[in-house]
Design a protein around this ligand. Structure first.
Ligand code: ZN
Ligand code: ZN
Length: 321
């Protein structure tokens, strides 16, 4: 019975598109002049709407921007999901947790230790019906796998953040966030990786600015509604990207299949990654298939697609049991 349930769960997470299913693109982390962004909500919303996004979370620091006044056309293929970047601190380090779909503003909770502070802000988001994602661990090199292993009740972690000051790749002493993700996955935690903009700057563009369009997620939904987008993010039914577009992605008990929508003149390598971040297989070209062999290194398997232009897509980990 248990095995049947697990197979069903896998199919639900990743099965072939049923009738009515579609992929929608969105960003869950953006700022406006309601906190420290340089543009008002209507300008920020317009940027995303006019760049092919289907949903957006305005996540100002410790503020909940009411989406109703900026999301007025129900038929434009674009929705706003209420949100906030709950911005706390502990041990002189920033602890930022996004709350998606919250019903009311969440005041930050500053506690004596980093672990307590992350946990309490995750719980604060859950208490108002929100979906928490833990933001940019390497911003200020605030925390890493040791802290995140002790935090419960979350399953979303930013593995890419487009702000220039967040050290996605770590430094000489600190791990890249993607490596932190593999450590958590290897310890048995079911964590899904998110890519976000953390955009602040819409008036001036450049490498030193926190501009939009750098990181997003693409979610498989039945309909473009707040509840369906949030449910499918929570269930890991999405991939994260900095520019690689997938045609389709599926997994079942025997294989993972990644199909890339190729851009002109760009080459692709799909890397299948397993327990402890091991590289299990690499495939060149627009179609990559990983067939499970039953080895322990397949405790989880995830795919990372790397394009010759530097863009990346990350699919979520698949566990067979
Ligand atoms: Zn932040
Ligand atoms: Zn932010």
């Amino acid at each position: 019975m248990l095995e049947r349930l697990l197979v069903m769960a896998l199919i639900l997470v990743s099965g072939a598109c049923a009738a009515g299913q579609m992929w929608v693109k969105g960003n869950t982390h953006t700022h406006t002049t309601m906190s420290d962004g340089d543009s008002p909500p209507e300008v920020v919303v317009e940027w995303y709407k006019s760049h092919g996004y289907n949903f957006l979370v305005l996540s100002d620091h410790n503020k909940l921007v009411d989406p109703t006044q900026y999301d007025t056309d129900p038929a434009d293929g674009f929705i706003l999901i209420p949100g906030e970047e709950v911005s706390a601190e502990s041990e002189h380090k920033p602890v930022h947790v996004n709350g998606l779909g919250i019903k009311e503003v969440v005041p930050p909770r500053n506690r004596a230790t980093l672990v307590e502070t992350i946990q309490e802000n995750v719980d604060a988001v859950l208490e108002v019906g929100g979906l928490p994602h833990i933001n940019h661990p390497n911003f200020g090199f605030a925390f890493g796998h040791r802290e995140l292993e002790k935090v419960q009740r979350y399953n979303l972690l930013e593995i890419f953040n487009g702000h220039p000051a967040v050290h996605n790749e770590g430094d000489m002493a600190r791990l890249p966030v993607e490596h932190v993700w593999d450590i958590l996955l290897s310890s048995g935690r079911d964590i899904f990786g998110i890519a976000v903009d953390d955009a602040h700057h819409f008036t001036k563009f450049g490498a030193g600015q926190a501009n939009p369009g750098r990181g997003w997620i693409v979610v498989r939904v039945n309909e473009l509604s707040r509840s369906d987008v949030l449910k499918n993010i929570r269930d890991g039914n999405f991939y994260a990207s900095t520019g690689v577009e997938l045609k389709d992605y599926s997994a079942n008990r025997s294989a993972i299949r990644v199909s890339i929508k190729p851009a002109a003149g760009v080459r692709y390598i799909s890397r299948f990654i397993g327990q402890h971040g091991q590289i299990l297989r690499e495939v060149e070209g627009p179609l990559a298939i990983y067939r499970f062999t039953g080895q322990p290194c397949e405790a989880y398997v995830r795919a990372k697609v790397i394009a010759s232009n530097g863009a990346v897509a990350w699919t979520q980990p698949v566990r067979r049991k």
